[in-house]
Design a protein around this ligand. Structure first.
Ligand code: UN1
Length: 483
């Protein structure tokens, strides 16, 4: 069944006008495998028009008082909060996030808009005492100009929000490329900003493939900066191209996040956190828990508990409020996870799961691997699904070294009652986010989010950190006229 949506729901937004263009792609509901909408598929000329519109809108938008820009973010947040149920259903339909989780993400997007509205009243520089008595010496952060944003499908409300909100709050104008697999959810955010009074051209949306639309956005000479979240392979190439063109660039890429469960851990707490970290959103988070190292003395109990929790998950349509494990986001994601798991099982033991669920949807069983050799794909690569590997660790093993057995460095967790062990871990682990006694995923809106190592490039996102990427700094020496 194909549902008819309002034109704006599957369209691009260029200079305040909704446009469909000549070509379409299908949006598939991964719970049913059925096409439920068609969305525009733009090309490089749409990017050119969008950048032109953003360039024209820049002086006007950047010239407003920051508090006036903030009003738009606050009003959009109010509209989105009131519509959270419908918005969450759209997300569940479009990319399969269980509706209960989707609703949490929608509310998070509203909180993000409000946080960045608050930036209007926070400092944009520092004042220094000058070595010259009469000089005022201060720094001042200003908007960059046109910012290109490339958003992923796995947090289709929160990630566009946490990139677009600071970009706009600090006075930039934006060309946003939404993921082809989940554009409608992001477009709902865009419509809220539009109805909240965002001027035409301040935020433009392009849809289409990375090769046609993404590449043009990255290469366009009038785009000052690129913010990207997505795969490591794509992120790495974007960083190279953007930097070579002299642009600011920020990339949030993969993760291979460890959880360390010490002998003195509260095992129930660790199990709940690992199950959530590995299986929520069907494991489709860069912050998902992928590797678990458990003290040998607690290993059997832990593995049994994790398998029980995996088998106990209610698998079902993302639109069902009781579903705990929804489908993968689409057919290609499901094929990638199946291929990764097939490769992993050649040398690792499958403690549970390991296969697609029969039927028209894109469901995959929650999967736990044990006895995993160090070079197995489950030990080294991000299989972007509900898949986790568990090892026993011996007494006296170096916990930091275990956690750091990856070039990624996004998130890491340790479960222990030993304060000294926890402190050593926090200090030594190479990860941008460290959790003591909580799951690896999750991000509060008012603190920096980002990885180290191969996980990220450029300044971190969210919280006060966002100002680093979305503004540039001037140092001002301000002297009175002599005499
Ligand atoms: C979260 O863990 O709630 O793409 C946020 C991702 C991350 C966001 C994770 N950039 O999965």
């Amino acid at each position: 069944m194909t549902t008819t949506f309002e034109p704006a729901q599957g369209s691009m937004l260029i200079g305040g006008e909704w446009t469909v263009g000549g070509r379409r792609t299908e949006d598939v509901d991964p719970s049913t495998g059925e096409v439920f909408a068609e969305v525009a598929r733009g090309d490089a000329s749409d990017v050119d028009s969008a950048v032109e519109a953003a360039k024209e809108a820049f002086a006007g938008w950047a010239g407003l008082a920051a508090a006036t820009r903030a009003q738009v973010l606050n009003a959009a947040a109010a509209e989105l909060d009131a519509d959270a149920d419908a918005w969450a259903q759209l997300m569940a339909r479009e990319m399969g996030k269980p509706v209960a989780e989707a609703r949490g993400e929608c509310l998070r997007a509203g909180a993000i808009l409000r946080y960045f509205a608050g930036e209007a009243h926070r400092p944009i520089g520092e004042h220094f005492a000058s070595d010259t008595r009469s000089t005022w010496l201060f720094t001042r952060r200003q908007a960059l100009g046109v910012v290109g944003i490339i958003a992923p499908w796995n947090f289709p409300a929160a990630i566009p929000a946490w990139k677009v909100a600071p970009a706009l709050a600090f006075g930039n104008t934006v060309v946003l490329k939404l993921a082809s697999d989940a554009p409608l959810t992001g477009l709902r955010l865009v419509r809220a900003l539009q109805s909240a009074g965002l001027p035409a051209g301040a935020l433009n949306v392009v849809l289409g493939s990375g090769g046609e639309v993404g590449d043009r956005l990255i290469d366009h000479p009038d785009v000052a900066a690129i913010s990207f979240t997505g795969s490591t392979a794509v992120g790495r190439s974007i960083v190279g191209r953007a930097a070579a063109a002299g642009k600011k660039v920020q990339a949030e890429m993969g993760g291979h996040n460890p959880a360390i469960v010490c002998a003195d851990a509260n095992l129930g707490q660790a199990l709940d956190a690992v199950a959530l970290g590995a299986f929520a959103s069907a494991g489709q988070k860069c912050t998902a828990t992928r590797r678990v190292y458990v003290a040998r003395s607690r290993y059997d109990e832990f593995l049994t508990g994790l398998v029980e929790r995996a088998r106990g998950l209610r698998i079902g349509s993302a639109l069902d409020a009781t579903t705990q494990l929804g489908p993968l986001a689409g057919r290609s994601q499901a094929a990638d996870v199946a291929a990764g798991v097939d490769a992993a099982r050649r040398t690792a033991e499958v403690a549970c799961g390991g296969a697609s669920v029969d039927g028209p949807g894109c469901f995959f069983e929650p999967t736990v691997f044990a006895d995993v050799p160090a070079d197995n794909v489950a030990a080294t690569q991000e299989i972007f699904g509900p898949v986790v590997a568990v090892w026993a660790m011996e007494e006296g093993e170096d916990l930091v070294e275990l956690a750091n057995r990856t070039s990624f460095g996004l998130s890491a967790a340790i479960f222990t009652r030993d304060l000294n062990e926890a402190k050593r871990f926090v200090e030594g682990v190479r990860a941008g986010l460290v959790h003591v006694n909580s799951q690896t995923a999750g991000a509060e809106v008012h603190v920096p989010f980002g990885g180290l190592g191969a996980s990220s490039y450029g300044p971190h996102e969210q919280g006060r950190a966002a100002i680093e990427f979305y503004t540039e700094d001037k140092t001002v020496y301000f002297d009175p006229v002599a005499g």
